[in-house]
Ligand binder design. Structure first.
Ligand code: PLP
Ligand code: COI
Length: 336
C-alpha cells in the first residue's frame, strides 16, 4: 500500500479503493453496486449537466483510540440530502439507502480512515444528480447517487488557528427564496468568483451578508458563522444559510456547557461587540476568525491570533465525541 503522510494531509481528492453507486430508474431506486471506476458514463444531455439538478453532502468518519471507526451524524446528512432533492425536484434517496451506502463506502475503504491522533479524518462525499436526458427545462426521470471517500486534513491551512475574513458586498451566494438553504452545486458556483477574489486579497474566507438589505450576517464561505458574547452562543437565522449539522451540534454542546443559544438575525453592526467569532462546518470543523475586514467602511475588527476559550472548549467537545474520546450523550455517532 502507498504510504500516506496522515499528519500532513490537506483537504483534497485522493483515489481510494471503492465507490458505491445506486441508480433511480423507472420510478424506483435500484440496488447499490460497488466499483473501482472513478469515472461516470452518461449522456451529454443529462439534466444534471444542464439545469443544475445536482447536489452533494459532506460528512466524516473518525478512528478512535479503540481502533473503531465512528461516522458523525449520518442520518442528518441523509435528511438534508432528501430536503435538497425534494426542493430541486430530484428523486430523494430513502434515508436507509443513504445511510447504508455511506457505511458500505467507509467499510470498503477502511484502510483509508486515518489513524487516531493524526488530526486527519475520512471525508465522505455523497453526490446526487440527474442522469436522465432532458433538454426541455423539466426534472430528469433518472438519477445517480454516488458515495466516495478520501482521507483529509484541515480545510484551511491555518487548521485551528484564526483565519482572516473579508466581508463581500458585491456578490451573493444565495437569495432568501432561492437555494441557499439546500446543498446544490449551483450555490458553490455562485460563490467561486467571490472566494477567488477574497483569496487574491489574502483572505481564506468570505463573509456573506443577507442579499436583501446587506445588513445581517449570512455565512462564511462554505461554513456557518457563530459568535460568543457574554455567555451566549450567537448564530444567524437566515433563509439563505445552509443549516449546518456542525452548527446544530455546537448549539447543543453550547447549551450543555451552560451558554445561552441565540439563533437569530445577526447584524454586521454587532461584530465589534463579540468576544469570539468563528466559522463551523464538516470540513472547517471550528475555524476561529482572527479578523473581519469590511471594505466598505475600511474597518478591521480583530479577535486575536489564538482561538478564544469558548471556541477551544466547543472544539474539544465536538472532536472528543467524534473520535470516541468523550461519551456521546446525544447519540450522534454510528460505530461501524
Ligand atoms: N454552509 C455551507 C455553505 C457549506 O457548504 C457547509 C458545508 O457543508 C456548511 C455551511 C457546514 O455544514 P455542515 O456542518 O453540515 O458540514
Ligand atoms: C463541508 O464542510 O462538507 C463542505 O461542504 C464544505 C466544502 C468542502 C464544500
Amino acid at each position: 500500500m502507498e504510504t500516506i503522510d496522515w499528519k500532513n494531509l490537506g483537504f483534497g481528492y485522493m483515489k481510494t479503493d471503492y465507490n458505491i453507486r445506486a441508480y433511480f430508474r423507472n420510478g424506483k431506486w435500484e440496488e447499490p453496486t460497488l466499483t473501482q471506476d472513478e469515472t461516470i458514463t452518461m449522456s451529454m444531455a443529462a439534466a444534471g449537466l444542464h439545469y443544475g439538478q445536482e447536489c452533494f453532502e459532506g460528512l466524516k468518519a473518525f478512528r478512535g483510540k479503540d481502533g473503531k471507526v465512528r461516522i458523525f451524524r449520518v442520518d442528518e446528512n441523509a435528511r438534508r440530502m432528501i430536503r435538497t432533492a425534494e426542493y430541486t425536484c430530484m428523486a430523494p434517496p430513502p434515508l436507509e439507502l443513504f445511510v447504508e451506502m455511506v457505511k458500505e463506502a467507509v467499510r470498503k475503504n477502511e484502510r483509508f480512515v486515518p489513524p487516531y491522533g493524526t488530526g486527519a479524518s475520512l471525508y465522505i462525499r455523497p453526490l446526487l444528480f440527474g442522469t436522465g436526458i432532458q433538454i426541455g427545462v423539466k426534472p430528469a426521470d433518472e438519477y445517480l447517487l454516488i458515495v466516495f471517500v478520501m482521507p483529509v486534513g484541515p480545510y484551511y491551512k491555518e487548521g485551528f488557528k484564526p483565519i482572516r475574513v473579508i466581508v463581500d458586498r458585491k456578490h451573493d451566494r444565495a437569495a432568501p427564496r432561492g437555494t441557499g438553504h439546500v446543498k446544490v452545486g449551483g450555490n458553490y458556483a455562485a460563490s467561486l468568483l467571490s472566494g477567488e477574489k477574497g483569496k487574491y486579497k489574502g483572505y481564506p474566507s468570505v463573509l456573506y451578508l443577507d442579499a436583501c438589505e446587506k445588513k445581517y450576517i449570512d455565512e462564511c464561505g462554505a461554513a456557518n458563522f457563530f459568535a460568543i458574547r457574554a455567555g451566549s452562543y450567537i448564530t444567524p437565522d437566515s433563509p439563505s444559510v445552509l443549516p449546518s449539522i456542525t452548527n446544530m451540534s455546537l448549539r447543543q454542546l453550547a447549551q450543555d456547557m451552560g451558554l445561552k443559544v441565540e439563533n437569530r438575525k445577526v447584524p454586521l453592526d454587532e461584530v465589534p461587540t463579540f468576544e469570539e467569532v468563528g466559522c463551523c462546518g464538516t470540513a472547517a470543523v471550528i475555524s476561529p476568525i482572527g479578523s473581519i475586514y469590511d471594505p466598505e467602511t475600511e474597518e478591521t475588527y480583530t479577535f486575536g491570533d489564538e482561538p478564544g476559550p469558548w471556541s477551544v472548549k466547543l472544539y474539544e467537545a465536538l472532536r472528543g465525541i467524534q473520535s470516541g474520546d468523550l461519551p456521546d450523550p446525544h447519540g450522534w455517532v454510528t460505530v461501524l
